[in-house]
Ligand binder design. Structure first.
Ligand code: FAD
Length: 287
């Protein structure tokens, strides 16, 4: 299938759509720097309920205008089938061949009465396959430390498998800082008959307060020793970045040595931390 090559690791980068014109101008500069690394594709997040629709479309258009392989995210909760169909037709016209299909989380205040036609990501994958066949390579989300709303790891794995059975080609994980959690998750998937590539999502560490808040919400664990060291640096941004870089670099090395089929970098729209990792891992040589 298009894009899928088991022997070539896939290194990709993720952006989120800026909220302002000034943010967009800054992002364009970061895109140029990230593009120089030679990622397989850029993905662009999408707010559930269409909350970032315009920004996502603008960022995707900019990337496509530069001829860059782009994978828009599509968070289906709060959207109707018609809205999703329209968006996908638009992407098809732009030559988009890859999607990240998600349920998403409704932004606060948009939830009640705004559920839309989809409840879970597997329904979106089914819809895309039914309406667009194999026009898109579909990535879905995976959670090595399990999704915070899942009843149990076994239930979460069953639900992950539903997305694969609906037609997902690959998965990108939530970020994590324990390589063992990733390898154990992949092993459970293989045991359950899930064979698609599961690419680790990598979150560089640059700002402890932000990372801690984010991790609590999305259910990603920061190991106690890492947390304590980061807390200990207080406002010393340089030390946080230097230590964070070493932690994430070591994680990436373990993942690559252990056979991970690629890495997906959550750049947070900053080229610097991802570039340092990319260069120290010598990914340009592999890709
Ligand atoms: P699902 O796979 O639908 O799972 C959600 C929960 O429901 C899980 O607990 C699962 O076990 C359970 N579940 C799934 N299917 C069923 C079923 N059929 N019956 C019962 N229970 C079920 N969010 C955004 O808003 N925009 C983005 O662009 C975005 N990008 C992301 C990219 C990646 C790589 C990742 C890992 C996450 C991203 N997220 C994004 C966050 C994501 O939307 C949230 O984690 C959300 O809570 C779950 O989305 P999902 O697609 O994993 O949902």
């Amino acid at each position: 299938m298009l894009f899928q090559n088991d022997s070539t690791p896939l290194y990709s980068v993720e952006l989120f759509p800026p909220k302002t014109a000034e943010g967009m101008d800054k992002l364009k500069l970061e895109i140029a720097k990230l593009n120089a690394l030679g990622p397989a594709y850029f993905s662009v997040t999408y707010g559930a309920g269409g909350s970032t629709r315009e920004g996502t479309l603008e960022t995707v258009s900019w990337l496509r205008g530069l001829g860059i392989e782009t994978a828009p995210h599509l968070a289906c909760i709060g959207s109707t089938r018609e809205q999703v169909r329209e968006l996908l037709n638009h992407y098809r016209q732009q030559g988009i061949r890859r999607l990240v299909a998600l349920r998403g989380d409704m932004p606060s205040g948009m939830g009640a009465g705004n559920q839309g036609d989809f409840r879970y990501a597997n329904e979106l994958v089914t819809f895309v396959r039914a309406e667009f066949g194999d026009a898109f390579h579909i990535e879905v989300a995976a959670y090595p430390e399990y999704h915070p709303q899942s009843g149990s790891p076994a239930r979460d794995l069953e639900n992950f498998k539903r997305k694969v059975e609906a037609g997902a080609d690959g998965a990108i994980t939530q970020y994590f800082y324990s390589a063992d959690a990733y390898f154990a998750f992949v092993a459970s998937c293989r045991k359950a008959g899930v064979e698609i590539p599961i690419i680790p999502g990598i979150m560089p560490i640059t700002n402890y307060t932000q990372l801690a808040r984010f991790s609590d919400t999305c259910g990603a664990e920061i190991p106690r020793w890492v947390r304590r060291r980061l807390e200990g640096y207080g406002d010393d941004v340089e030390s946080i970045r230097a230590f964070g870089h070493e932690v994430v670099l070591t994680l990436c090395r373990h993942l690559i040595e252990g056979g991970a089929p690629g890495l997906h970098f959550y750049t947070m729209n900053q080229s610097g931390p991802t570039t340092r990792l990319w260069n120290d891992l010598e990914l340009a040589i592999v890709h």
